[in-house]
Write a protein that binds this ligand. Structure first.
Ligand SMILES: C[S@@+](CC[C@H](N)C(=O)[O-])C[C@H]1O[C@@H](n2cnc3c(N)ncnc32)[C@H](O)[C@@H]1O
Ligand code: SF4
Length: 350
């Protein structure tokens, strides 16, 4: 017998999978539950008002704790990190954390999602700390619609300036996240595409989702990606390009005239739970296995009580191996979906 038959090729060694056979691959870390915007679809002003009780700074994981958890998640199988929030650039000295995370062995990719308001200030130091790419949320170029969708904070000019600073700092690719709401911003999307087409910046349209319990989700406001793609195709023909890897959230399309790429994230009309390999940790160290989860597992308690890395790894593996979440696939058939007490998105990160 050829002795090489006993050698398992590295590519076949798989990270432990959940109860539905999905490996853990991505970790989204919310570093800040606060935000300088009040997008009604995420943090509506009537709930997240001046006296809303956000986490105190000692309730948030500090950088040493975040780094340690990230290291343990890498041992559990994670290869990709996304830093998010709330607004991550509100977290003081974030570049220091990025610097430490980018040098973690086993991490193949690290990304950051921001609303862009503070990006002009921080783009250069983020790049110097080792961040390579960035996602900026921008729902429209129309100032009135922008104000409506940001809850009256920030402005288009500041976000575009932040994107320009990111470009000049060499962050690439730059992706734009655009939440689409019927009758709110969908009439402004061709202008947004016209602005970014041909620049190398990739716009991704996200179907408006029923995250949390406070955004008064109304399915009538969801524009299915297929409908939006047809509208775009009528103006600039596009062709599907498929996903780059199993679990990628965006369905990619190329402009036929070579002016670049756009993407669609269709968690409502075409749920992709079957390939979901994303874990999340909230700013205060709870571990969630789904964006629509109703509860998480506290990792901060054991961390602060002196748990070893091996003990933390066992906790993470135990939760992941029992994971059965597939909320988006079940949403349509669940009579009480709206009544579920789902965790808020600013807390666990989008
Ligand atoms: C929660 S935010 C956190 C990072 C940062 N504050 C930002 O806005 O980019 C992450 C992403 O979630 C998206 N998001 C928030 N609420 C959403 C909803 N109800 N449906 C779809 N996407 C949503 C945002 O537009 C953003 O692109
Ligand atoms: S989507 Fe981002 S910018 Fe808007 S309220 Fe949520 S966390 Fe803030």
């Amino acid at each position: 017998m050829d002795p090489r038959e006993n050698i398992v090729p590295l590519t076949r060694v798989r990270a432990p999978s959940d109860a539905l056979g999905r490996p853990i691959h991505d970790l989204r870390i919310s570093v800040m539950d606060r935000c300088n915007f009040r997008c009604p679809y995420c943090m509506p002003r009537e709930t997240f008002h001046e006296s809303y009780r956000f986490l105190k700074s000692n309730e948030r994981l500090d950088f040493a704790e975040l780094l340690r958890l990230a290291r343990v998640f890498v041992r559990a199988g994670v290869k990709k990190l996304r830093i998010t929030g709330g607004e991550p650039l509100l977290r003081p000295n974030l570049s220091d954390l990025i610097g430490d995370l980018t040098s973690l062995p086993g991490i193949e990719d690290i990304a950051l999602t921001t609303n862009g308001m503070l990006l002009a200030k921080y783009a250069t130091e983020l790049k110097a700390a080792g961040l390579t790419r960035i996602t900026v949320s921008l729902d429209t170029l129309d100032p009135g619609v922008f104000a409506q969708m940001s809850g009256g904070f920030g402005g288009v000019a500041e976000v575009l300036d932040g994107i320009e600073h990111a470009r000049r700092a060499g962050l690439a690719p730059i992706k734009i996240n655009t939440v689409v709401q019927r009758g709110v911003n969908d009439h402004t999307l061709l202008d947004l595409i016209a602005h970014f087409r041909g620049t190398g910046i990739i716009v991704r349209f996200i179907e408006y989702m029923d995250v949390g319990t406070r955004n008064h989700w109304n399915p009538a406001l969801v524009v299915p990606s297929r409908e939006l793609a047809a509208r775009i195709h009528a103006r600039w023909p596009i062709v599907p390009r498929g996903r780059d890897y199993r679990g990628e959230v965006a369905e990619r399309h190329l402009f036929e005239d070579g002016a670049g790429e756009i993407g669609f994230i269709s968690s409502v009309s075409q749920p992709f739970c079957g390939d979901c390999s994303r874990a999340r940790i909230s700013s205060d160290g709870s571990f969630y296995t789904c964006l629509f989860a109703t509860q998480g597992m506290d990792l901060r308690g054991p961390l602060r009580a002196g748990a070893t890395d091996d003990e933390l790894l066992e906790l993470i593996r135990g939760v992941w191996s029992g994971r059965r979440d597939r909320y988006s696939e079940l949403r349509a058939s669940m009579r009480d979906a709206a009544a579920l007490h789902k965790v808020e998105m600013n807390y666990i990160g989008g």
